[in-house]
Structure formats: structure tokens, C-alpha cells
Design a protein around this ligand. Structure first.
Ligand SMILES: [Zn+2]
Length: 306
């Protein structure tokens, strides 16, 4: 059964529970409920949005469970693009993220892995400008951009700036690409050899990467961002590798130290850092640099120096 609006889901949950009871209550269960799970609700900064902005299903279907576990009975199924509102919870025992959906007396749980949420400011900016303005895009674990969003000014990085592989696969938005090239050139002049290892990714590419990671590592994985919630989709962000090793930058390696000292001059910022893990919902990534626009990355109080 495919359902779209949340109100229909609640109705279905109520019917399911009623039917279930009429069929014999607990004895009728074919799947034992998991041992009692506890959860903590995540307090998400609305960043100016309505906190009850709905989440949207990005998979073909998404089962709603009686408890926050795949082992618990399915009480409803949502279809792609269905909108749901609920409390974002982390399950203490499993470290998994589930959305707790309530309707009257009924509670259902949807795994976060099938959900994404667009921040209204992003939606408004896309409607007004087409391409999102540099630096003001809101992309964190709990707020993102439409999975279908793709800026129309993506260009391939010139040969030699993307690790010697097919430059068609190595795109950034034009302004970000120009600054990336200037930055990589400046680094080379200082004896620091770096290149863009992983720049733009489409929302659907990210979805494939994410769902494969979830399948391989489980619902609690934090290695890849859900679709619509990756800065790589902005076309402004790249994972930087060191030419000496062919690997992503590591914290305080010579290339990372150079980027920390000079990235801002070219408008780039390491957006996933030790000091903002709680705000972004992502782990520290010394290799991950996002173009914000030079005026946004200039030292505070010295905004015109660059
Ligand atoms: Zn990255």
C-alpha cells in the first residue's frame, strides 16, 4: 500500500493497529518486537525555517515500523516524495537515526536513510536565482537542497588539476573552478602539490553512494551524506588530494597546513571541522573544502583585504 500525505499515514496506522488487535493482539505477531529501545531526540537548529518543515521520501518506498528497528513490524509504507513531519531521534543502542512520527495515539518510525529535507531558504534562492548564491547555501545533515538541483554553470577543471583523470568527471561551478585553479597554482609555486580528487557530484550520484554505504555499513554509518545533504552537489566543493601520496589530505599534513593558511584567500573554507561537528552533523574532514566566495572567507574585520 502506497501512501502520500502524513494524514493518510496516520489513518492507516490507526487502521493497522485496530486490525492487528482484532486479529489476536500480541499472539498474531510474526516478528518479535526488539528489546526495549531508547532514543534521544536531536534538537535541530531550524536556521530560520519552520521546525516542522516536512521531510521527503527519496527512495521508491519507505516502510514505517512500529519501533525504530527493521526487526519491528511494518505498520505502513510511504512512497517516493511523500512528506512527513516528526521528531528526529538517535537510537541509543544502535546509533541509528529514525524519524518518530506521531498521530494521535499512534507512533510510527521511519528510518532517516530514506528521507531528505530542503531548507526553505534554499528553495527560495533557487526560485529567485536559478543557481544558489555562493556561500549562503545551507547544506548540513538536517537541511539540504533538492536532489534534482544542478547549477547550470558547471565547467570541467582544466587537465592537470584533477589528478590526471577524465576532466569531464571533475566539474565545479565556473567561479569556484577559476578560484580552485588559481589556488592550486599558488600552492604549486609554494612547493605544495595538490589536486581536486572529488569535486561536483549530482544528487542522484550521491544517493547511489549513500545507499550503498548504508547497505554495507548499516543505518548508523556517518561516512557519506544523504542525497541533497552533500556540499558536493553545490558544485562549489572538492575533496583535495596530495600529489605526493595520491590520497586525501590528512589533518596537519603539509598540504593541509598550506590550505589552512591560504585557502581563504581564494574563497575556500574547510567546512567540516572539529569545532562544528554538532552544527553540521558530519565528522571532521581535512580534505573537504568549499568555495564560499572570497569576501566570505576573508578574515573578519578585513573583508576587503582580498
Ligand atoms: Zn567531501
Amino acid at each position: 500500500m502506497r501512501l502520500r500525505p502524513i494524514c493518510i499515514l496516520f489513518a492507516f496506522l490507526a487502521i493497522a493497529v485496530t486490525t492487528f488487535a482484532q486479529d489476536g493482539g500480541a499472539e498474531a505477531r510474526t516478528t518479535a518486537p526488539p528489546a526495549s529501545l531508547t532514543f534521544r531526540e536531536v534538537s535541530i537548529d531550524p536556521l530560520g525555517a519552520d521546525p516542522d518543515t516536512p521531510w521527503t521520501v527519496h527512495t521508491d518506498t519507505l516502510d514505517v515500523h512500529a519501533e525504530p528497528s527493521y526487526d519491528s513490524p511494518v505498520v505502513g509504507t510511504l512512497s517516493r516524495d511523500a512528506a512527513v513531519v516528526g521528531a528526529y531521534c538517535v537510537i541509543v543502542e544502535t546509533d541509528e537515526e529514525w524519524l518518530r512520527i506521531t498521530g494521535g495515539e499512534t507512533v510510527g518510525w521511519a528510518p532517516r536513510t530514506g528521507l531528505h529535507r530542503v531548507h526553505p531558504k534554499n528553495a527560495d534562492a533557487i526560485a529567485a536565482h536559478g543557481n544558489l548564491p555562493f556561500g549562503s547555501e545551507i547544506v548540513i545533515r538536517w537541511w539540504g537542497i533538492p536532489i534534482g538541483y544542478e547549477a547550470d554553470d558547471l565547467v570541467s577543471l582544466p587537465e592537470g588539476y584533477a589528478g590526471g583523470r577524465d576532466p569531464e568527471d571533475y566539474r565545479l561551478r565556473r567561479e569556484a573552478a577559476e578560484h580552485a585553479v588559481a589556488m592550486i597554482d599558488a600552492a604549486a609555486e609554494a612547493g605544495i602539490e595538490i589536486y581536486a580528487s572529488s569535486p561536483y557530484r549530482s544528487g542522484t550520484t550521491q544517493q547511489g553512494i549513500y545507499l550503498r554505504n548504508v547497505e554495507r555499513r548499516g543505518l548508523s554509518q556517518r561516512f557519506s551524506a544523504p542525497p541533497g545533504h552533500s556540499e558536493h552537489q553545490l558544485g562549489t566543493t572538492m575533496d583535495i588530494a596530495a600529489r605526493s601520496t595520491g590520497r586525501f589530505l590528512t589533518k596537519d599534513c603539509p598540504e593541509h597546513l598550506w590550505m589552512q593558511a591560504n585557502g581563504a584567500r581564494f574563497g575556500f573554507r574547510q567546512t567540516y571541522r572539529e569545532d562544528n561537528i554538532d552544527a553540521t552533523g558530519y565528522v571532521e574532514e581535512p580534505w573537504h573544502w568549499r568555495y564560499m566566495g572570497v569576501e566570505r572567507t576573508a578574515p573578519s574585520g578585513d573583508a576587503t583585504a582580498n
